[in-house]
Design a protein around this ligand. Structure first.
Ligand code: DGL
Length: 280
């Protein structure tokens, strides 16, 4: 019943396969502290980066449906892999029958938009999960906006496990951080801008900076996604007025509450209220 659906008000949903989306949530809350947020981490089924298109789509759709059921008028896919593999299908095929008055947004477009002003050489590198790289979403989005930019992508399959296993600060991580950066720069020596196209990677930022030659810009997504959301809400009053504003933030996980709390504190540096749910 569209009449009733339009009345639904609630928090902004933020979804990730695990903890990575917390780096995005943190920046969104900084930029838009007055809004309420409901974060959902599919920690029991992470990582998504090595999964097939069909599986990532199915899992992401389940998460979006759950966040809609919990009253979110707007859901941000704070996961590049989900944005790359599921966003378009959900927007085009599922929203019309789920509830066309709600919105689902991703993180790839706002990141791609930011690149044009940063690169001088017009050669950009993308470091992301295998799924995101294979989807070619970054080159496609960047080419649409800036046809003169050359884009080279390298998959970093070891980086998410390093972060999830809290090894992002360890000496052992150095090897894999250097490996993928060197691979990227050896494929295109003119790269002056590297996009960290996975929401987990900001935790490796110190090491990534250490092993990247000076003069190369490193782009993390949080600030760009937050600025883009702020702009979106200022232009879409019909959505903004349905997002509640009590500065509340709640967390859902498909894993255990204890596990989520322990790891979330690394990303957010605060204690969080968490509930465990199952997705299907
Ligand atoms: N954080 C997700 C992303 O931005 C990847 C993590 C995963 O592989 O599940 O792509």
């Amino acid at each position: 019943m569209p009449f009733l659906r339009n009345l639904i008000k609630g928090p902004i949903g933020v979804f990730d396969s695990g903890y990575g989306g917390l780096t995005i949530l943190k920046e969104i809350r900084k930029a838009l502290p007055e809004y309420d947020y409901l974060y959902l981490g599919d920690n029991a089924r992470t990582p998504y980066g090595t999964r097939s298109f069909e599986v990532v789509y199915e899992f992401t759709l389940e998460a979006v449906v759950r966040l809609f059921e919990m009253g979110c008028p707007l859901v941000i896919l704070a996961c590049n892999t989900a944005s790359a593999k599921a966003l378009r299908s959900i927007q085009q095929n599922d929203l019309p029958y789920l509830d066309n008055s709600r919105r689902v947004l991703g993180v790839i477009r706002p990141t791609a938009e930011s690149i044009g002003e940063v690169t001088k050489s017009r050669h950009v590198g993308i470091l992301a999960t295998s799924g995101t790289i294979r989807s070619e979403s970054y080159p496609m989005e960047i080419k649409k906006l800036f046809p003169d930019i050359t884009v080279t992508g390298v998959a970093c399959p070891m980086w998410v496990p390093l972060v999830e296993n809290k090894e992002y600060d360890s000496e052992g991580a150095d090897f894999f951080v250097k490996k993928y950066i060197n691979e990227l720069l050896s494929r295109d020596k003119d790269i002056d801008t590297i996009v960290l196209g996975c929401t987990h990677y900001p935790l490796l930022l110190d090491k990534i900076r250490r092993f990247t030659p000076e003069g190369i810009n490193i782009i993390t997504q949080g600030e760009y996604v937050a600025a883009s959301l702020k702009d979106y809400l200022s232009r879409h009053d019909e959505i903004a007025t349905r997002c509640t504003r009590n500065s509340k933030c709640e967390f859902l996980t498909t894993e255990s509450v204890e596990k989520f709390k322990e790891s979330a504190s690394i990303f957010l540096h605060e204690d969080v209220e968490v509930r465990s749910i199952t997705l299907e």
